[in-house]
Design a protein. Sequence first.
Length: 153
Amino acid sequence: MNRRLWGMVVVVLFTLGGVSFATGSREQAAQVLALAARGAAAVERATAALTWPVVAGLAGAFVVLGGVLVAVRRWRRRPRAGFAEPWRTVIELARKGQNAGAIARATGLSQDAVRIVLAPVAVDQIDPRGKSFRSSPPEGGSAPPTNPPGRSR
């Protein structure tokens, strides 16, 4: 979802929470404030325990994890070994009766790319010889009458 929608969700939640807090009893308000104070104290203890070596280690772990994820995604998208150029492979697999999804999985291409390659690119030529469907040539070339815009039948 986009940021604007999430922003509206947050605004609505804070508005409803504020109205609920304002209309609630004093005991509930005291409980909420005590819970917030305990949460703030826990955050303060956690940040006090973090030292620069710990922060650097966590940052390094995130960088390594991100690199591993990028490598895995590239490896999964790499074309499979043993195939010719992608377009030749697509045509060969289509001739064997494979559908677009199976061809896309086998070649590592998207289904849209497979469908584009398999789409017809040239219109079959029509034989100019033979009979027309008309029994005689059209007369005068007049177009049928049309209704002017703004009028209905």
